[in-house]
Each structure stands twice: as structure tokens, then as C-alpha cells.
Design a protein around this ligand. Structure first.
Ligand code: UT7
Length: 310
């Protein structure tokens, strides 16, 4: 028995904040942001639109896409560092709204690697045959913890949600291998006090090193090499960091997910949002070998090698 993704859904807020809009708010330029990060615009949630609203919208679509009902869900895991409130969890909030009455519910806090941590946790429950369907959501409303006076961070982040139903898949498909990791000594480089505080240079160096290494590690664990990879879905933090992991895998540019230009860094939501867009656009096909890799505050990281399809 192997676990895989059997349905997905995403939600992005309507409001678009462009680099040109930011030029009017702070001392920055479209040119700097595009060159240094690859970001052109990002989505910003409405004032009355909270993390759980976005998680709920994405989850509803994932449930429908999987062809199951909310009553079939055994566990809800919401990866977020921007919950509506410390408690109840976003997972409990959407459990009620979805009507997922039998589901246990908890949030996962692993910043931008949160979706990787959520999927790997789901996999354990499914492959041990304790649960059949786990809803994993990556969701953030980073705009509420962004210091709009700090140009070092304010230009980077966006809001959004991506959801997946993890369940049993046919032989040879699903999650082949994974790696999760953490280094608490790096906590000082990226954290939230009232707002996000970041040492960009240090996070950049860590991300370039770790993303490449984790990709190679999950391939080795699965008995595969970089020649076997059909598609790479890196955390959408910065195009230069993403490019470094693509080059490590020696993949052509069209084999890497890219949504950072239109959504910015949506933390835990970035990998599922990108994955869905590549599947919907036909860039990822049945039986493709995909590698997902994320890194973030904590410091944390996670990677998964997966054979796509139910
Ligand atoms: O999900 C994980 C979250 N975090 C990340 O992924 C962040 C990883 N780090 C990065 O992506 C990069 O470090 C940044 C894109 C944030 C910055 O790039 P950098 O090459 O590390 O530049 P820097 O911070 O050293 O800044 C270079 C210059 C500085 O000016 P001086 O001192 O050379 O005159 C900054 O003040 O760029 C300036 N700068 C800006 N200029 C215009 C910093 N932010 C801006 C801005 N607009 N928004």
C-alpha cells in the first residue's frame, strides 16, 4: 500500500498587488524586485478574509477533485504559520465548515516546508492503514505579519492556499521517498516577532545548499537518479534559489514549476499551488516522476519524490 495525492484544489485572493503598486508605497523598484526575486505581482487577502477562509475554499475543491465527500476524511492537517488565532486551529475551523465530522484535526508549524511535513505525516497514517484519506492544506495570510515599511521583506510575500487529499494509490505510484529536516540553530535568520524578520543573505545561502542536497537525497532513497526526474516543484521563494536547485538536477527550464512571478512567496501554500497549476496545464502527466522541495523558517526543510497519478 502506498500513499499519494488523489485530489487537489487551490484558492488565491482576488486582489493583485504589483511591483509598481509597491513602488508607490516604499523605496523600491519593479526592476530590483524582478531581477533579485523573479516576482512581478502577488495576491493579498481582503481584510475580512482570514486564513481559514482560504483553507476552506481550497479544501472544498480538493475534496470534489478527489471524488470523495468531507465525511470520508479521517484527518485534517493544515500547514500554516499564520492561523486565524493560536487556537482553535485552522484545521478545527475548517473541519466544522466542511462537515468532516469523523476527522481528527491539527495544524502543522514548519513555515515554508509545512506542506512537505503535512504530506509526509499523512503518508504514515495511510500506509499503516490507520486512516484512508487525509486532507493536507498549505495556507498563509502573510500580509498580516508583513511589515509594510520594511522593503527587505515586504516585496517578497503573498497570500493563498493549496490543498491535497492524500490517500491510497495504485502500485508504483505515490510517494516513493522523502526527507524532512530542521536546524533550530538557524532560527535567528527568519522568524516572526510582531512582523516577519529576515536575514535574507543567510536564508538564501541555506536554501541554495539545502534544496539541492534534499533533491539528490530523496532520489537516492528511491533508487533513482537525476536523469529519472520529469518535473521539479521547488518552494517558490525566489527564482534565483529555484534555479540553483534546477541546475543541480540538470533539468531544462520548462521542467520546473514557476508561479513565483505571479504569487510571490506564499510559504506553505507555494508548493501545492504550483503543483496544481502544472497538473492542470498538462505539464505534469500520469506516471511522471516529480520532486517537490521546500525550505523555510525554523530552519526547516523537506523533499518528496513522487510518481504522479492515482
Ligand atoms: O521562504 C523563505 C523566505 N525567505 C527567502 O527565501 C529569502 C531568501 N533571500 C533572498 O531571496 C534574498 O536575500 C533577497 C532577495 C531578499 C535579497 O537579495 P540579496 O542579494 O541578499 O540582497 P541584499 O539583502 O544584500 O540587498 C542588496 C541591496 C541593499 O542595498 P545596499 O546595501 O547594497 O545599498 C539593500 O538595501 O538591495 C537593497 N534592497 C532593496 N532595494 C530595492 C533590499 N531590498 C530592496 C528592495 N528594493 N525591496
Amino acid at each position: 500500500m502506498r500513499a499519494g495525492i488523489v485530489g487537489m484544489g487551490r484558492y488565491l485572493p482576488e486582489k493583485i498587488l504589483t511591483n509598481h503598486d509597491l513602488e508607490k508605497m516604499m523605496d523600491t523598484s519593479d526592476e530590483w524586485i524582478k531581477t533579485m526575486t523573479g516576482i512581478e505581482e502577488r495576491r493579498i487577502a481582503a481584510d475580512d478574509e482570514n486564513t481559514s477562509d482560504m483553507a476552506f475554499a481550497a479544501a472544498q475543491k480538493a475534496i470534489e477533485n478527489a471524488g470523495i465527500t468531507a465525511a470520508d476524511i479521517d484527518l485534517i492537517l493544515v500547514a500554516t504559520v499564520t492561523p486565524d488565532s493560536p487556537f482553535p486551529s485552522v484545521s478545527c475551523r475548517i473541519q466544522e465548515r466542511l462537515g468532516a465530522k469523523k476527522a481528527a484535526a491539527m495544524d502543522v508549524s514548519a513555515a515554508c516546508a509545512g506542506f512537505m511535513y503535512g504530506i509526509v505525516t499523512a503518508k504514515q497514517f495511510i500506509e499503516s492503514e490507520v486512516y484512508k484519506y487525509v486532507l493536507v492544506v498549505g495556507v498563509e495570510k502573510l500580509s498580516k505579519v508583513t511589515d509594510w515599511n520594511d522593503r527587505n521583506t515586504a516585496v517578497l510575500f503573498g497570500d493563498g492556499a493549496g490543498a491535497a487529499i492524500i490517500g491510497p494509490v495504485s502500485e508504483n505510484r505515490g510517494i516513493l521517498s522523502f526527507e524532512l529536516g530542521a536546524d533550530g540553530t538557524g532560527a535567528k535568520h527568519l522568524y516572526q516577532d510582531e512582523y516577519i524578520i529576515m536575514n535574507g543573505r543567510e536564508v538564501f545561502k541555506f536554501a541554495v545548499r539545502q534544496m539541492g542536497e534534499s533533491c539528490i537525497n530523496v532520489l537516492e532513497k528511491a533508487g533513482l537518479t537525476k536523469d529519472d526526474v520529469d518535473f521539479l516543484i521547488p518552494h517558490q521563494a525566489n527564482i534565483r534559489i529555484m534555479e540553483a536547485s534546477r541546475q543541480r538536477l540538470e533539468l531544462p527550464i520548462e521542467k520546473m514549476s514557476k508561479t513565483v512571478n505571479k504569487y510571490g512567496n506564499t510559504s506553505a501554500a507555494s508548493i501545492p499551488i504550483s503543483l496544481i497549476e502544472d497538473v492542470e496545464a498538462g505539464r505534469i502527466k500520469e506516471d511522471d516522476l516529480i520532486v517537490m522541495v521546500g525550505f523555510g523558517g525554523g530552519l526547516t526543510w523537506g523533499a518528496i519524490a513522487m510518481r504522479w497519478g492515482k
